[in-house]
Design a protein around this ligand. Structure first.
Ligand code: ATP
Ligand code: MG
Length: 215
């Protein structure tokens, strides 16, 4: 059975597609066959990113396709080792379907309270209202500034919540967005320091998924 990892948020833009792509490539680098299911039907950003990747023949290859519902994507999931669910900009009932279907649900968030509060609200809704176990919900910190204090405070805020927070974080860097402009993921950027930070975040995500799926 395919492993399933979803990316969801309540507000738009915190990095679902960025992390979905990097996770896809991280697994593909380990020879997994991976499909990204893109649920952003209005902007289809991950399918467009995938076209840019194909045009430049970047390796490893992953597949990507748009889907209107989680049920449709699930019909194809077992043709792959891993299906990634790249959620639509805003949470909806499809987010609940996704959380129920996935082994791991990743909620990317910025570091300000304006970002953290809706991220925790979504996790709480999925857990308390829809019964998704806390252990299957993880937060990933993105769009970090160069302030260590902000990072520490964000981690402290999340430490009082019952959800796992991935190691490492993504700083807000033009190298990351430019890499995606040419079909690369954030774990494939040229600057070594930025690449290894992104790799640590994705390794933490993969370790978490492995720990859950081997239970
Ligand atoms: N760490 C980062 N540094 C620089 N740019 C970033 C970073 N993370 C994401 N971005 C950029 O921010 C924008 C939003 O990121 P992304 O598309 O991953 O978010 P999203 O949650 O998928 O958005 P949506 O809700 O619209 O689907 C994109 O232009 C992306 O390239
Ligand atoms: Mg997106």
């Amino acid at each position: 059975m395919a492993l399933k990892i979803g990316f969801a948020t309540q507000k738009g833009g915190p990095g679902k597609s960025t992390l979905a792509r990097a996770t896809a490539i991280g697994y593909a680098q380990n020879d997994w066959s991976v499909k990204i299911a893109d649920f952003d039907l209005d902007q289809n950003t991950s399918t467009r990113w995938h076209q840019r990747r194909l045009q430049r023949d970047h390796q490893p290859a992953v597949a990507a396709e748009q889907f209107g519902s989680v049920a449709q994507a699930l019909l194809l999931a077992d043709n792959y080792d891993l299906m990634i669910f790249d959620g639509a900009p805003k949470a909806s009932m499809a987010t609940v379907d996704m959380a129920q279907a996935c082994d791991l649900l990743v909620i990317p968030t910025g570091l300000a309270l304006d970002d953290l509060e809706p991220a925790v609200e979504l996790a709480d809704k999925l857990h308390f209202k829809h019964g998704i176990p806390t252990e299957r919900i993880v937060f990933a910190l993105n769009h970090a500034s160069d302030s260590d204090a902000e990072l520490l405070e964000a981690r402290e805020y999340l430490s009082y919540k019952p959800y796992f927070v991935l190691d490492s974080h993504l700083a807000q860097k033009v190298s990351y967005s430019r890499a995606m402009d040419v079909g690369l993921s954030v774990i494939e950027v040229s600057p070594k320091g930025l690449r290894s930070k992104a790799e640590r975040l994705i390794s933490s995500l993969i370790e978490r998924a492995t720990a859950l799926s081997s239970k």
